[in-house]
Design a protein around this ligand. Structure first.
Ligand code: HGY
Ligand code: MN
Ligand code: MN
Length: 416
């Protein structure tokens, strides 16, 4: 396939303006975003994205999980489309670029195709995957997971948030239940542009991460049950302190992850303590242990040691403990041809690059199970993400979107 000319570039100012415009929707309290999935802010962001796509001459399709697909026709209607996509939903203390750069970088690629009058054989489709973050409705990458046949739609619709609201009801409430059967679409390939969310590219002064693999993820929800009692009058030997049990288990989680250094991580980001009253010994603690590693055997060892260790700790303390696997996926190897298209694009465009393993999970990790898929990463300041202070430079956004543009063009085959 003819490679695009190295002079074909996106319009970085227009991309940056769109990123800043989208960032006004669902603002956080510290300069980032709180545009959680299926909230009114999510609905507002979806509507703006749809408007921009239609302004760029694209037609919008939506499936029954609310996944959005904007299509730019190709010259061969029978050719499977080349997809580019990511997610517009954010963490509660999210940044302006996590997910959004991948969706709006794809839109910028299409806008640039329009400016340059480029026609491709394969149609081009931009995807916005519903609920990538999994923060309001666990697990992460929920809707790309249903699309890839990992989860059933019924199971996904029944996922509840902290207020007991169901995913399916909230999707209906914001008016984004589409009419397309989820997973019916077939893809020629998919590319996802994403910020690294880690420190490597910035530290090594590389413009581009060529993502060859994604590390695996394991989410285990742990419920420790003790007994509420008075923090003042209950003698120490009589206490059944679920909070203390949680603390000892979290210490164990850290120890397990460190024991597999440098290729493993572990922590709990979600923690609920009950009744969370200053003068009541906690009777219950519910928290989600997040283990990750590029190595499946390591993940399995960490899960096993958590289960054994948590039971031992709770037995010794007279506490009950339950563990439930609430999310996860095995380590991912992306499609070699798509990865080469990314690497060749970076070379052609003169961007410095290095192969990298994704530390975070992405929709691409599930879509890789149903279509040839690869990811492109750009640096982020101090490797910080899932924090409102998340920041990138316009040059990094430009490099990532340029590489996405070229990888998609080469794979979709330029006709004129
Ligand atoms: O959890 C993840 O890795 C992704 O940010 N949802
Ligand atoms: Mn993301
Ligand atoms: Mn994220």
């Amino acid at each position: 396939m003819a490679a695009p000319g190295e002079n074909l570039r996106i319009n970085a100012d227009r991309l940056w303006d769109s990123l800043m415009e989208m960032a006004k929707i669902g603002p956080g309290v510290a300069g980032g975003n709180n545009r959680q999935t299926l909230t009114d802010a999510d609905a507002e962001g979806r509507a703006l994205f749809q408007k921009w796509c239609e302004d760029a001459g694209m037609s919008m399709g939506v499936d029954t999980m609310g996944n959005m697909f904007a299509t730019r026709e190709g010259t061969d209607p029978d050719a499977l489309p080349v997809y580019m996509g990511s997610h517009l939903d954010t963490q509660p203390t999210g940044g302006k670029y996590d997910g959004v750069l991948g969706v709006l970088g794809a839109l910028e690629a299409v806008r640039s195709m329009n400016d340059l009058g480029i026609k491709t054989k394969h149609p081009i489709v931009i995807a916005n995957w519903t609920n990538e973050e999994g923060t309001r409705f666990a697990p992460a990458m929920l809707s790309s997971g249903v699309f890839a046949g990992i989860h059933t739609q019924d199971w996904a619709y029944d996922r509840v948030d902290a207020e007991g609201k169901k995913f399916g009801d909230e999707l209906k409430r914001i008016g984004w239940v589409g009419d397309e059967e989820v997973g019916a679409r077939k893809m020629h390939a998919m590319f996802e542009l994403h910020i690294e969310q880690g420190p490597i590219l910035e530290a090594e002064e590389k413009d581009i991460g060529v993502v060859t693999h994604g590390q695996g993820l394991s989410w285990t929800q742990v419920t420790v049950t003790g007994k509420e009692s008075h923090t003042g009058s209950t003698p120490m030997p009589m206490r059944k302190n679920a909070g203390l049990g949680m603390g000892r288990i979290l210490e164990l989680v850290d120890e397990i992850a460190w024991s597999h250094k440098p290729d493993a991580v572990g922590a709990a980001g979600h923690i609920d303590i009950y009744p969370n009253s200053r003068n009541v010994i906690p009777g219950k603690a519910v928290f989600t242990v997040d283990f990750r590693s590029p190595n499946l055997a390591t993940i399995q060892d960490m899960e096993k040691r958590l289960a054994e260790g948590a039971k031992k700790i709770c037995d010794e303390m007279g506490l009950e403990v339950e563990l439930e696997k609430v999310g996860g996926f095995d380590p991912v190897e992306f499609d070699k041809d798509c990865v080469s298209a990314v690497r060749d694009a970076a070379d052609r465009l003169g961007y410095s690059h290095r192969d990298i393993i994704s530390g975070a999970g992405h929709d691409a990790c599930w879509i890789n199970q149903v279509a040839p898929t690869a990811m492109i990463m750009c640096p982020c300041v101090d490797g910080l993400s899932h924090n409102e202070a998340e920041e990138i430079s316009k040059d990094w956004a430009m490099a990532g979107a340029d590489v996405l543009f070229h990888a998609a063009l080469e794979t979709a085959e330029i006709v004129s």
